[in-house]
Design a binder for this molecule. Sequence first.
Ligand code: SF4
Length: 231
Amino acid sequence: MDENMREVISDLKSYLQYLKGMGITSLPVSENISEKVIRPEILTLADVRKELGDCKRCKLHQTRRTIVFGEGNERATLMFIGEGPGYDEDVQGRPFVGKAGQLLTKIIESINLPREDVYIANIIKCRPPQNRNPEPDEIESCNPFLMKQIRVIQPKIICALGAFAAQTLLKTDTKITALRGKFFELEGIKVIPTYHPAFLLRNPERKREVWEDMKKIAEWLNNAQRKGHSA
Ligand code: SF4
């Protein structure tokens, strides 16, 4: 446990003892208070972005033009995670804006969600030279920031786009053909892998499987919403 957390717990203990002395034995805890107590250092995406700064934590900073942090709804129930920025993303500083990005927008809209309602990020935030696969040391440096984004957003479900994102998030080397369309968990959040839109551009005959995966996501979200409303 770090020093900050020790201090927070000690302050909280003293405050609760004070309240007990006043005869108060229970109190309502709002979502914001509990967030501040449990995760004092990561309250918003802006905090995570600030902490990332002009990141030079891995060698990809030498060749990137822009850091592609991620974009979308900070309170999204559905989050998409791809591999890393390509040429267009590196130029514009936004995730999934090239041809594959346009296809991703259509995929999102296929379940009646506007793109602005979801959150889109990548395993790594800087474009690898010649779009090569990210290397283990680069993932290790970048991953803590993606995890912080996930913890801030707290989506109900994450759709991992492509083999690389799925295998990295789920820490497995199982092939994407075996992973896609199945539900997994990451820190209590559902994860469903599907094919990467760039793969679909090269293999349009696989689009049907992605539509099926999207239907599963929509169905799962509807059920979760129904349960939430009836709770
Ligand atoms: S890839 Fe991630 S860790 Fe590496 S320089 Fe970019 S933001 Fe930093």
